[in-house]
Design a protein around this ligand. Structure first.
Ligand SMILES: Nc1nc2c(ncn2[C@@H]2O[C@H](COP(=O)(O)OP(=O)(O)OP(=O)(O)O)[C@@H](O)[C@H]2O)c(=O)[nH]1
Ligand SMILES: [Mg+2]
Length: 483
């Protein structure tokens, strides 16, 4: 979502690249461009003014550090200031206190409250090991209850059977009694939305918050990032009327310009706690200002990538793949698992963006969806292969080829094409594996066998490295293949 801003920033930095020193004159152009970029991204004008002044002051006051060029120094200042306006470190709501913690989810109509309630429940259940009760408290729109119930079933979390004829305040009190009985740790209350800020709704929410006072409720306001400055203004009104303890930015996967993310904390004084990034239940991220600043400045976000991998990649799958890899074996099943692991981390674009310096390159590459479609087609072909074929594709001859093509709704040529690509991958994997095992590059000392790796005499080598192979022409994993 910060693509345009990232582009404009990197253009702005061009003016100081190659300069030996930052001076009032040579940062003038850069600051002007930074200012325009922020305003165009719909960042609050007061925030822009303060931001630019602060960057200027820091940049001019900065001592020249040996070995660091002014361009790099300027990016570092931009990073620190961006992180600062978004609110320093991530502060997740504190749930490690005795008693039940009620979390009231508030916001205007259609902002993503119900979706977020489900996402938060899943996050707290999984990551924080909390026992959660979801409570539908939208008494205006009966369908809202069914929507939350469906989500609750999907993520396997209890949902309270609210009596919608009660007032929200009474309904919530009853739900808390139920939560006590069930020994729940957290109660997530999904409230009604309205088209505009209206007094009746504010009064009702205030009442609900007040009856929960003894539990010290958290109040999370969900604001649609796509609405830009409107999200900022509405959050301010909500905070003044009922007191909000955190903001959730929803629909950050959309092409919102980013203005809300960059201004909301500064304008309201309320920290952004979570970012909602899609319609699926697992599309939730903690808000980390410093990481977001890095993404905006195209410095990558390796930490988030590693965390995503830890959360989503099944360890035993990764382990069995590694074992195969060390044996110099790479099967179609391994390949499928690899694709699934990639998918579980998000779209190709979103993964690549987290790698430092890839943002700019991605923008040059343009749309990656053809590559993603290609992966989808491969998956369909693999799903038509038998277990035996996935373990050893070389058994695939004419009749099997026909069957796979029919089963996957593709052509024989497409299946042959896939097998050809797979063979290339197998060769690459085999080569890598033998290098790890100590084959090493010929003539390179110090790259001999490593401790802990089993030496396999039949290990595959890179083509042209036969000298290391036990017997010339012996069957490596890609030995005399089918093709
Ligand atoms: N792309 C995207 N869509 C979202 C996100 N969060 C919610 N939505 C979609 O936005 C629409 C509204 O979401 P809800 O969760 O029903 O919003 P709500 O605030 O509960 O709406 P009301 O209860 O009617 O006030 C749904 O179609 C959701 O699928 C998000 O992070 N990204
Ligand atoms: Mg709702």
């Amino acid at each position: 979502m910060f693509d345009i801003l990232s582009d404009k920033f990197s253009n702005a930095f061009k003016y100081i690249q190659g300069k030996s020193k930052i001076s009032e004159e040579n940062i003038e152009e850069t600051l002007k461009e930074v200012r325009t970029a922020l305003l165009e991204a719909d960042v609050n004008f007061k925030v822009v003014k303060e931001f630019v002044n602060s960057v200027k002051e820091k940049a001019l006051g900065e001592k020249v550090i040996k070995g660091v060029n002014p361009g790099e120094q300027f990016v570092k200042i931009m990073h620190d200031e961006l992180a600062k306006i978004m609110g320093d470190a991530n502060e997740e709501i504190n749930l490690d206190r005795p008693g039940i913690v009620p979390i009231l989810i508030v916001g205007l109509n259609g902002q993503g409250k119900t979706t977020f309630s489900g996402k938060l429940a899943l996050h707290l259940k999984g990551k924080k090991k909390k026992d959660v009760l979801l409570v539908p408290a939208d008494t205006f729109r009966p369908a809202a209850k069914a929507q939350l119930q469906t989500l609750a079933r999907q993520i396997d979390v209890d949902c309270y059977d609210s009596d919608l004829s009660l007032s929200p305040k009474d309904l919530v009190l009853k739900a808390m009694e139920e939560a006590q009985k069930l020994h729940k740790n957290v109660v997530i209350i999904d409230t009604a939305g309205r088209l505009h800020v209206d007094e009746e709704l504010m009064g009702q929410l205030k009442e609900v918050k007040d009856v929960l006072a003894s539990y010290k409720p958290e109040v999370l306001m969900v604001a649609d990032a796509m609405t830009g400055q409107e999200a900022v203004n509405v959050s301010k009104v909500f905070h003044e009327a009922i007191g909000v303890t955190g903001i959730v930015l929803s629909k950050m996967d959309s092409d919102a310009k980013g203005g809300a993310a960059l201004s909301i904390r500064h304008v309201t004084g309320v920290p952004i706690r979570y970012v909602s990034m899609g319609e699926k239940m697992k599309d939730l991220e903690l808000f980390h200002p410093d990481r977001l600043a890095k993404r905006i400045l195209d410095m990558g976000d390796v930490l988030s990538l590693v965390e995503k991998a830890q959360e989503n990649i099944n360890e035993s799958d990764a382990e069995s793949m590694m074992q195969n890899f060390q044996k110099g074996k790479f099967t179609v099943d391994d390949f499928l698992k690899q694709m699934e692991m990639m998918n579980s981390l998000g779209s190709m674009t979103s993964i690549l963006k987290m790698i430092p310096g890839m943002g700019g390159m991605l923008r040059q590459l343009g749309d990656l969806s053809p590559a993603e479609n290609e992966m989808k087609k491969m998956k369909v072909i693999i799903s038509s292969m038998t277990k035996e074929e996935r373990q050893n594709y070389k058994v695939i001859k004419e009749s099997r080829l026909k069957r796979i093509a029919r089963g996957s709704g593709s052509t024989e040529a497409a299946v042959t094409d896939f097998l050809g690509k797979f063979k290339q991958m197998e060769q690459m994997m085999g080569g890598l594996s033998s290098m790890m095992k100590g084959g090493g590059f010929p003539g390179m000392p110090g790259m001999g066998p490593q401790k802990g790796f089993r030496q396999d005499p039949n290990a595959a080598q890179f083509p042209g490295m036969e000298g290391k192979q036990k017997k010339k022409g012996s069957k490596g994993p890609w030995g005399k293949g089918y093709f």
